[in-house]
Design a protein around this ligand. Structure first.
Ligand SMILES: Cc1ncc(C[n+]2csc(CCOP(=O)(O)OP(=O)(O)O)c2C)c(N)n1
Ligand SMILES: [Mg+2]
Length: 331
């Protein structure tokens, strides 16, 4: 990872910086609450938290426009919140309740929103990559200038289907941005142990797909790189790869023995590279807000998250008859 960021003044407006602060904090507090509910036995199955990686989705969503599409893996709650899905509906899906996005039948890894163009939530590693190219194919076929974002991890980046997708996407000049969220680990396997070449952003070279490595802990760097990639796609130039260098603070899922890295390693990133702390420092250094203003935002976000948690506990479990619905799509 790059060296410690220097905090200085930024030309970014107060409004924009405060927006990023708010958006990233919502994801973090939501995920912390989800972790608590899991610990209380209110969330079953698997639950993969996004804590640490917030700048990636926040910087990208700052660039997207209405109609752009997104699809990701099982580490998906941050992506849903960032594209505007309702925290109540997301949390209630985690607790398996009727008020959830999949009526409580999908859980953490299987949520969708047609309205927000969020296409899941996929538990099979890498499955969302060809599907993401398919979304882009549909837009190209319809002749609009929408862009699709297909997110996947450093582990998924070594899968065969990713390269078959790269080939077709480049051949057909599909407007898809492949976002590799390189959080350094695939479950307990570090990237150094699993990848023959560490520079994942170069993996499209054989197919003529340009790529760029981005500091995924810096929301402003993420936004700038995304603007470039989006312009490339909307101009009809075909796919683009963004490798976001990032880090997850929590375990792979809620059941992770965490024997593959030291506490000190995690602590060091938290202290030196934290994305939310970085924006907070930029806000304070630029006199865009006071400590008290930031505390007020914190309070506001906690309220939203607590309301989502209350809703997720009060919403009833789905009725038994729901077992027989949503199995086949209506023609
Ligand atoms: C096809 C397939 N193989 C293996 C698994 C088990 N598995 C779940 S997540 C994961 C690691 C993926 O790591 P990465 O792509 O880096 O994403 P991250 O979890 O770090 O976000 C594995 C091996 C799976 N779900 N699907
Ligand atoms: Mg990973």
């Amino acid at each position: 990872m790059a060296a410690k960021k220097k905090t200085g003044k930024s030309n970014t407006s107060a409004e924009e910086l405060l927006g990023y602060y708010r958006d990233m904090l919502l994801i973090r507090r939501f995920e912390e609450k989800a972790g608590q509910l899991y610990g209380m036995g209110l969330i079953g199955g698997f639950c993969h938290l996004y804590i640490g990686q917030e700048a990636v989705i926040t910087g990208i969503e700052a660039v997207t426009e209405e109609g752009d599409k997104r699809i990701t893996s099982y580490r998906d709650h941050g992506h849903m919140l960032a594209c505007g899905m309702d925290p109540k509906g997301v949390m209630a899906e985690l607790t398996g309740r009727e008020g959830g996005y999949s009526k409580g039948k999908g859980g953490s890894m299987h949520m969708f929103s047609k309205e927000k163009h969020f296409y899941g939530g996929h538990g099979i590693v890498g499955a969302q990559v060809p599907l993401g190219a398919g979304l882009a194919f549909a837009d190209k076929y319809m002749g609009n200038d929408r862009v699709s974002f297909a997110y996947f991890g450093d582990g998924a980046a070594n899968q065969g289907q990713v390269y078959e997708t790269f080939n077709m996407a480049s051949l057909w000049k599909l407007p898809v941005i492949f976002v590799i969220e390189n959080n350094q680990y695939a479950m307990g396997t570090s990237q150094q142990r699993a990848s023959s070449t560490p520079d994942l952003y170069t993996r499209g070279a054989a197919f003529g797909i340009p790529g760029e490595e981005v500091d995924g802990m810096d929301v402003l760097a993420v936004k700038a790189a995304t603007e470039k990639a989006v312009a490339h796609c909307r101009a009809g130039e075909g796919p683009y790869i963004l490798e976001m260098t990032t880090y997850r603070y929590r375990g792979h899922s809620m059941s992770d023995p965490a024997k593959y890295r030291t506490r000190e390693e995690v602590q060091k990133v938290r202290e030196e590279r934290d994305a939310i702390e970085h924006v907070r420092e930029l806000i304070l250094a630029g006199n865009h807000a006071s400590e008290d203003d930031l505390k007020a935002i914190d309070k506001e976000i906690k309220k939203v998250v607590n309301e989502a948690a209350d809703f997720s506990r009060e919403s009833p479990e789905p009725a038994l008859e729901e077992l027989w619905t949503d199995i086949y799509a209506r023609a």
